[in-house]
Design a binder for this molecule. Sequence first.
Ligand code: GDP
Ligand code: IMO
Ligand code: MG
Length: 430
Amino acid sequence: MSQRMVVVGSQWGDEGKGKITDYFATRADMVVRYQGGNNAGHTVMFDGNKYSLQSIPSGIFNPATVNVMGNGMVVNPESVVAELQKLHDRGITDYKLFISNRAAMVMPWHIMLDGAYERRKGDAQIGTTQKGIGPAYSDKYSRTGLRIGDLLEPDYFRERLEAALDVKNIELKSLGLEPLDVEEVYNRYMELARQIGPMITDTSDLINEALESDAKVLFEGAQGMMLCIDHGTYPFVTSSSPSAASVPVGAGIAPKWIDTVVGVAKAYCTRVGAGPFPTEIDGELAHEIRERGHEYGTVTGRPRRVGWLDAVVARYTSRLAGITQWAIMLLDVLSGLDKIKICVAYDLDGKEITTPPSTIATLARCKPVYIELDGWKEDISGIRDFDRLPENAKAYIRKIEELTKTPVGMISVGPDRSQTIIVDPALNRF
Ligand code: GDP
Ligand code: IMO
Ligand code: MG
């Protein structure tokens, strides 16, 4: 079994990546976030405590694990400081955390513009987390952005800030927003630099050193493949690619290091924010699943939309992200249902298709084609052994494997670290 494992979201985010990362982080030497920012909300539960992390890696609870915020992230220093404060307040003070000097930095105008762009979209709003993620990645790729390492060179930082605000203030004013004062932003970021400065380093170097010495390195994806900027339901997506394919660039390592990719999938589907969701259900059943799964956004508190498992999506994302094993999450939430549906194809104008179309206009015309399986009544949250699951739960898992041509490596039957069933013993060797 590999010493390197990627944890990837395979649906629309909130699949349980935080739980899975934390599960393996207890034995990982290093945990690395490689994309996204504080739009993520990763929940970790152990010993009766529940934590929510936004941009900080989920290995932060193990004092021996080195946590890295990689260059592919967009990092808001304000949020890092606030998150660390929250952890300190709860007694988490013994940790190792490093931030890439090459990571794009979220600036105050990114957050303002995220809000303004959304408001102007009216009914076509994406429903972003309003953390400035899209505008920050846009600035990175238009080469006008600032990077975390700039904070360590105050004169250079000021130069970049002045050049950026020269243009951004025109845009802010044109959108009816208050322009920003160079001095104020400069002073605030220099204050933040004093707090996070010691954590800023060349993290690619750090990760490569770890890999070369055969350390156990875990890469923690954020969001999910259907929110991928390239392969998701564009434009209702985030601004990065959560794929395992992003790990080499977003962490600064060679592709040869990646072999095991755990695809995290709920036993059903959820989506928070707007955009197409072919297997969405509503009414009493959706309400029941939402309440049982506590399906409310970790970052924004918004109720999550709920639907059946979509095997079209699962097959697509397994292939794209190179998923070697599934982690099937929240299986306990389905207990008690008479029948459980799985979408196996889409009906597009009378023709069955088995991969998602590229435009949301066409996707909106797709109707899910379902198969129906018998449910189970038993409470499974205390089960730790696959063989002890009810027969129908086992059949459901086997059906997922068959439909997606990807084996199930582990199953989660509750939010706590301990509520985990390892199906593939090889995973225990990480
Ligand atoms: P992430 O963004 O992928 O890390 O997922 P979130 O933390 O945003 O959302 C997953 C939610 O499901 C959290 O509230 C978890 O505590 C919870 N959760 C994770 N695994 C299970 C499970 O197996 N059963 C139940 N009932 N809840 C789970
Ligand atoms: P984790 O890592 C669920 C969604 C937002 C919105 C769209 C774009 O917890 O799974 P953004 O702020 O990124 O520009 O928003 O993407 N979104 C998420 N949904 N889980 C997430 O992260 C998400 N991160 C972004 O709701 O629809
Ligand atoms: Mg989440």
